[in-house]
Each structure stands twice: as structure tokens, then as C-alpha cells.
Design a protein around this ligand. Structure first.
Ligand SMILES: N[C@@H](CCC(=O)N[C@@H](CS)C(=O)NCC(=O)O)C(=O)O
Length: 213
């Protein structure tokens, strides 16, 4: 398998965690998002959306991190990244989608660049935008995680899964504009538990071969 990614991409970070948890070896193809390589012709042939990640598995080029992770879960059974019952699976997918559908897309690089270049927002305004949407999303996530007996050491029970895979890269993102994580004790606790797991630790941006200061 070959993962097209970028060290700072949180969507690629999700896939790296899943690959590590499954123990799947993979090659890297780096797409430098700050240099705009996602819009180069060669990469557009792989992913016409001009986004990372893309996971190539044989003849298949898979896109969208959640779809990729569920593909990995379906093709490599252990350890499972989703629980067994439909009700539990719906809970974990909902937690994951708070991050992947409601927080992350409006804080993406192309959105921030549009704010800066087209709407002339300065650095402080972009920072406010960035943290506003994370704080709103984390407030809901914290309430859901904190009140539910299904939450364990991780987002669902005592083994890491899809919701944790989405949560951890978003916590990394929250540090970019120094969001105060004080109001989210459950998120912080789960984040710490995840980072003690090598699959998460080894997937973090600073440990990737294309990492930059
Ligand atoms: N929903 C997509 C989001 C992918 C995405 O937004 N990737 C970002 C990096 S985290 C990207 O490639 N951004 C390039 C850009 O904004 O130009 C997924 O989950 O894979």
C-alpha cells in the first residue's frame, strides 16, 4: 500500500494511525500542501479533489479518510476499529463525524487560505475562526463523552477505535492557535491515553519522514 499524505495533514494522520493499529506496512508518497503540490497534475490524477490522503492498494486509489479507515477495517479484521452492535457503531461514527464532518472541513488549509487571500482576514482573525469552530465542536464532544457510560479509557470502551483516530489529530490541530483545552477534561484524558499507544505516537506529524519544524 502507498499513502499519499503530508506530515501536518490531520486526515492523513488518521489513516496513519489506522494503518499502525492494524500493523499494516505502507510506503509514503509526500504531497507538500504548503507548496500546493495537491493541485499538481500528477496528483490530481490520483485524487481529483486535490486533498490528501489517498491510499493506493493495488489498482485502487482510495480517498476520504473515513472511507479509507473503514476499508482497512473491512479488509484487516484485527483489531476492530468499530464495535459490534449497530447502536455502538452509530455512537462511534457520530463521535468521529463531529470531528471529520463538522470541525475539520471548515478549518482546512484551503478555507484558511480563502479567508486570508480573498476575504483579507489577518492572522488574528484566522486564529479566532480556527479556534471558534474547534471549541464549538469540542464542547459537544466533551458533553457526549463525559456523560456516557460507554466512554471508557478511550472514546468507546477500553480499546482505541475510529472515534479516537479522529479525535487525536484534531487535538493536535487545536494546539496550532493555542486553544485552551481546560474546558475539555474528558477529551484531554482520552488524548493522553491514545498518545501512550505506539500506533498513535508514531503517526504524529513530527515523527514523519517529511516533517518540518
Ligand atoms: N474529508 C477529507 C478531508 C481531506 C482534507 O481536507 N485534507 C486536507 C489536509 S488535512 C488537504 O488536503 N488540504 C489541502 C488544501 O486545503 O488545499 C478526508 O477526510 O480525507
Amino acid at each position: 500500500m502507498k499513502l499519499h499524505g503530508y506530515f501536518r495533514s490531520s486526515a492523513a494522520f488518521r489513516v496513519r494511525i489506522a494503518l499502525n493499529l492494524k500493523g499494516i506496512a505502507y510506503d509514503n508518497a509526500f504531497v507538500h500542501l504548503r507548496k500546493g503540490e495537491q493541485r499538481n497534475g500528477a496528483y490530481l490524477g490520483v485524487n481529483p479533489q486535490a486533498l490528501v490522503p489517498t491510499l493506493e492498494d493495488g489498482a485502487h486509489a482510495l480517498t476520504q479518510s473515513l472511507a479509507i479507515i473503514e476499508y482497512l477495517d473491512e479488509t484487516h479484521a484485527t483489531p476492530p476499529l468499530l464495535p459490534r452492535t449497530p447502536h455502538e457503531r452509530a455512537r462511534v461514527r457520530a463521535l468521529a463525524q463531529i470531528v471529520a464532518c463538522d470541525i475539520h472541513p471548515i478549518d482546512n488549509l484551503r478555507v484558511l487560505q480563502y479567508l486570508q487571500k480573498e476575504l483579507k482576514a489577518d492572522e488574528a482573525a484566522v486564529g479566532r475562526w480556527f479556534n471558534h469552530w474547534i471549541a464549538l465542536g469540542f464542547a459537544g464532544l466533551e458533553a457526549m463523552l463525559g456523560k456516557d457510560a460507554a466512554t471508557g479509557r478511550f472514546c468507546h470502551g477500553d480499546t482505541p477505535g475510529l472515534a479516537d483516530i479522529c479525535l487525536v489529530p484534531q487535538v493536535f490541530n487545536s494546539k496550532r492557535y493555542s486553544l485552551d483545552l481546560g474546558p475539555y477534561p474528558t477529551i484531554r484524558r482520552i488524548y493522553e491515553a491514545c498518545m501512550a499507544v505506539p500506533a498513535f505516537d508514531l503517526a504524529q506529524p513530527s515523527k514523519q519522514p517529511d516533517a518540518e519544524p
